[in-house]
Design a binder for this molecule. Structure first.
Ligand SMILES: [Zn+2]
Length: 349
């Protein structure tokens, strides 16, 4: 359909990072299938959308972003091969080659190189570059200190971190770590993580919060979007009356009218004026009502849900504003309008 071959082999797309996949959408120039049976298991590329740069009926979903967050979700689910496959097939890498290099340098502890790469990421906001540099150099500092390279750590503070001229408070804390030297851990004891060396993966997470999402995607972005959609659907559900666990991704959430009581089964006409308050007994066998007609009524509920008058409770001089069952349902407290002891009644039955 649509001029796209269903058996289009997934190959050679990795190089088409820019998305200008001439000859890919029609399959005519593709020749080399991927090795192994994975090709058969592979989901079709976004063939129904062709090579359009935006997706969806409103055209607000950017294809590149869409594919990337899917890839990121696959990766975070542990489906790394599928993620790599998606990158290859779509020609859309999760990150640019520069960011890939940047992340590898961080994980390998190549701090000087990572700072250089950071400057080559094309970030326009100097403050972001400085903040990210600070995080990188702070990690370098702690790793040097942890390796007993105190002079090198000191040099990092003096010649690399201090010249950034940001976060002076933290700079002081780092300096105090030098003083404490081998007791560095104790410096941050009053504030966890303050003076401790952290895993490099943790540093990456912190950098994700500093750097623009278009450079390094935030974690769990797809999950966040899906949860947001479900929450909005739930908020817009007029007759909402179901549990969260009953929601499904397969269809839009909507509770029907039948999920709330909406049918008249019986009309009780024993009160001669407005009914002000109702309460079921705890065992569900009785219903108490209070009325402006200065009476309260206990109704009995039969096995079929039918309601009949059991007792009429009279004696109040004024309208009965509310009723309340005792925990064992043997007593009913009634409260008359107007205050004072005379307004209260307690019926045993
Ligand atoms: Zn609902």
């Amino acid at each position: 359909m649509g001029g796209v071959e269903n058996d289009e082999p997934a190959s050679k797309r990795l190089k088409l990072v820019s998305g200008r996949s001439t000859g890919l959408s029609n399959g005519s120039s593709l020749t080399e299938p991927l090795v192994g049976s994975s090709r058969d298991l592979m989901a079709r590329p976004l063939q129904y959308e062709g090579d359009k740069e935006v997706l969806g009926s409103k055209g607000v979903i950017k294809r590149v972003e869409f594919v990337r967050i899917i890839g990121k979700a696959l990766q975070s689910l542990g489906y790394k091969k599928s993620c790599a496959y998606l990158e290859e097939e779509s020609g859309i890498p999760l990150h640019s080659s520069a960011v890939d290099l940047f992340m590898k340098q961080i994980l390998n502890g190549n701090w000087d190189e990572s700072v250089i790469t950071l400057h080559n990421l094309g970030l326009k906001d100097e403050n972001i570059v400085k903040s990210a540099s600070f995080l990188l150099l702070e990690q370098k500092f702690f790793e040097l200190l942890h390796g007993d390279k105190i002079m090198d750590a000191l040099k990092t503070i003096k010649t690399e971190i201090a010249p950034l001229c940001i976060n002076n408070g933290r700079l002081l804390e780092l300096s105090s770590c030098i003083v404490a030297a081998t007791h560095c851990d104790s410096v941050g004891s009053s504030n966890q993580d303050n003076g401790r060396i952290k895993p490099r993966s943790k540093l990456l997470e912190e950098l994700q919060k500093v750097l623009p999402p278009a450079v390094i995607m935030p974690e769990n972005r797809l999950e966040h979007l899906v949860e947001q959609a479900l929450t909005l659907q739930q908020d817009a559900c007029i007759f909402h009356n179901s549990l969260d666990k009953e929601m499904s991704l397969y269809s839009d959430h909507k509770c029907g009218r039948d999920q709330i009581p909406s049918r008249i089964l019986q009309i009780l006409e024993a009160h001669s004026d407005e009914v002000w308050f109702l309460q079921f007994s705890h065992n569900g066998k009785y219903l108490a009502s209070s009325s402006n007609d200065r009476s309260a009524i206990i109704w009995e509920i039969d096995e079929n849900g039918g309601v009949s008058l059991k007792h009429r409770l009279s004696g109040h001089q004024k309208p009965v504003s509310s009723v309340s069952w005792s925990p064992n349902d043997h007593q009913l407290l009634t409260c008359g309008d107007g205050g004072g002891c005379q307004a209260l009644g307690c019926f045993f039955w």
